[in-house]
Ligand binder design. Structure first.
Ligand SMILES: C[S@@+](CC[C@H](N)C(=O)[O-])C[C@H]1O[C@@H](n2cnc3c(N)ncnc32)[C@H](O)[C@@H]1O
Length: 117
């Protein structure tokens, strides 16, 4: 019987997460300002911050805003970075199969937080 012994190359933590680390910057660690409680986007705020910082967009358009978690995460970064980005939140404001159907109070709450900040 022959056994092949292979020496594994040690993987550093940096090697292991190299692709992931390309999308992380100090902005990724900012706390979330907005108070939107329900959103499938909750864990992606660091990505929104990094994306705004790395792209410095002149215009930001979100298609599908619902309660505004992701929209306000981008807006927070844009404001904090003092970018002159124009931000637009587009939605039917009636919901769909993912969010469920909802009433006008969703738009009213998003509009009022947007106007306030
Ligand atoms: C999953 S929710 C968006 C989640 C949101 N970005 C967040 O941070 O929580 C999807 C939204 O897309 C909207 N939507 C779906 N189809 C649309 C369309 N054709 N035009 C505009 N908005 C649409 C729905 O009304 C719903 O509010």
């Amino acid at each position: 019987m022959s056994v092949e012994l292979r020496k594994e190359r040690p993987t550093s933590v940096l090697d292991k997460y190299r692709g992931t680390l390309d999308c992380i910057s100090p902005a990724s660690f900012w706390p979330v300002d907005n108070l939107v409680r329900e959103s499938a986007w909750k864990e992606y705020a660091p990505f929104a911050y990094w994306l705004a910082e790395s792209q410095e967009p002149r215009t930001f358009v979100e298609l599908g805003t619902h309660g505004g978690f992701s929209y306000f995460a981008f807006c927070q970064a844009i404001k904090k970075l003092a970018l002159e980005t124009k931000c637009y939140a587009i939605d039917t404001w009636t919901g769909d199969e993912h969010s469920g159907l909802y009433e006008d109070d969703v738009f009213d709450t998003v509009k009022s937080y947007n106007d306030e900040h």
